[in-house]
Design a protein around this ligand. Structure first.
Ligand SMILES: [Zn+2]
Ligand SMILES: [Zn+2]
Length: 353
């Protein structure tokens, strides 16, 4: 089969691999669409970041490895012990592979598994014609959800978890900082959860426009004025109950502190690789909370339901659809060259475009 295989930094090879063998508790999926995630770009440009050079303790996998974790497809083969999933099912997957034995797994907190592995990083992923994964990762997709839409189930599960971690209540006011792929999904998930108003802060004009189109009550360019004052003016001085920091850097965090009011919650959704300084006295005096979120546990059914009834719209976020042979030039390199032009590029190993 054809596959895009990560060998090293700036060394991904589109090549032929032997057909995959399906283990008895595994499912083989013919890939329809796989979205390029920011983490794929990081692995290409700066990796290995999560990809490990030594065999992963749970999966035994190391590089070379097939990237790709945001995907959908059709089941074409199942192992002899597979019961819940059948050939012909339209599916996506929960990308987490966990040990099932550690304390966190026994508590059902799979994203905290001590041996956690992710498909597309420590298990061969879906920038390929086929993917083989354990049955427990596989989810059927509703008829109303297209393959393109289902390839957003993974980032949307992240967004749903971010909203859950925020403990958002019906009527709360929220601010989303950063209207990239995750920010745009968090914005819609917060609305679906009952936020009365969601404001978006984003420097790129076309992303602001998209945020508005996808339900933001108002959008702001962070370089145009004091964001704290802007939000205060619109909330009778109280500012927001919740800020979702979907960028992962100091200035976005500082904005989150300024736009939120007393006893507010700040959710760090973006993955900051550098340390972030915290204005402790202000947080302390205002009893603000900061929380983080990573991956997902059981957020996929909600994500698929939101896609099925269109409460979350993802089609406007697709900025390009390409074939697997173009994955590097028109996918990864294009996202590096023109980051402002793209939200999500979908890749298909099939001929359809
Ligand atoms: Zn992703
Ligand atoms: Zn575990």
């Amino acid at each position: 089969m054809r596959a895009a295989v990560w060998y090293g930094r700036e060394d991904i090879r589109i090549m032929d691999l032997p057909e995959l063998v399906v283990g008895k508790d595994q499912v083989k999926i013919k890939v329809r669409w796989c979205g390029i995630c920011g983490s794929d770009v990081h692995e290409y440009r700066e990796g290995p970041m999560i990809i490990s050079k030594k065999p992963h303790p749970l999966t035994g996998k190391s590089s070379p490895i097939i990237l790709g974790h945001e995907f959908s497809g059709d089941v074409v083969e199942v192992g002899e012990d597979v019961k819940r999933i059948a050939v012909g099912n339209r599916v996506t997957i929960n990308c987490l592979i966990y040990c099932g034995e550690c304390l966190y797994c026994r508590l059902g907190e799979y994203n905290m598994c001590l041996k956690l592995a992710t498909v597309g990083l420590a298990w061969d992923g879906a920038f390929a014609e086929f993917a083989v994964v354990p049955e427990y990762t596989v989810l059927k997709i509703p008829d109303a959800v297209t393959y393109e839409m289902a390839s957003f189930a993974e980032p949307l599960a992240v967004a749903v978890r971010a909203v859950r971690r925020s403990r958002l209540k019906v009527g709360d006011t929220a601010v989303v900082i950063g209207a990239g792929p995750i920010g745009l999904l968090v914005l819609q998930a917060a609305k679906a959860a009952g936020a009365s108003r969601v404001f978006a802060i984003e420097p790129v004009p076309h992303r602001r426009e998209l945020a508005r189109r996808l339900g933001a009550n108002e959008v702001f360019d962070p370089v145009q004025g004091d964001m704290g004052k802007e939000i205060a003016e619109r909330t009778e001085g109280f500012r927001a109950n919740i800020a979702f920091e979907c960028v992962g850097n100091q200035s976005a965090f500082d904005t989150a502190v300024r736009v939120t009011g007393r006893r507010a919650m700040i959710v760090m959704v973006g993955m900051a690789l550098k340390s972030i300084e915290v204005p402790f006295f202000r947080l302390w005096g205002h009893e603000k909370e900061i929380t983080t979120c990573t991956g997902y546990v059981d957020e996929y059914p909600a994500a698929l339901a939101f896609l099925a009834d269109r409460r979350v719209q993802v089609e406007p976020m697709i900025t390009e659809k390409i074939g697997l042979e173009d994955f590097i030039e028109k996918g990864l390199k294009e996202m590096i060259r023109n980051p402002e032009r793209h939200i999500k590029i979908l890749v298909t190993p099939g001929r359809e475009k």
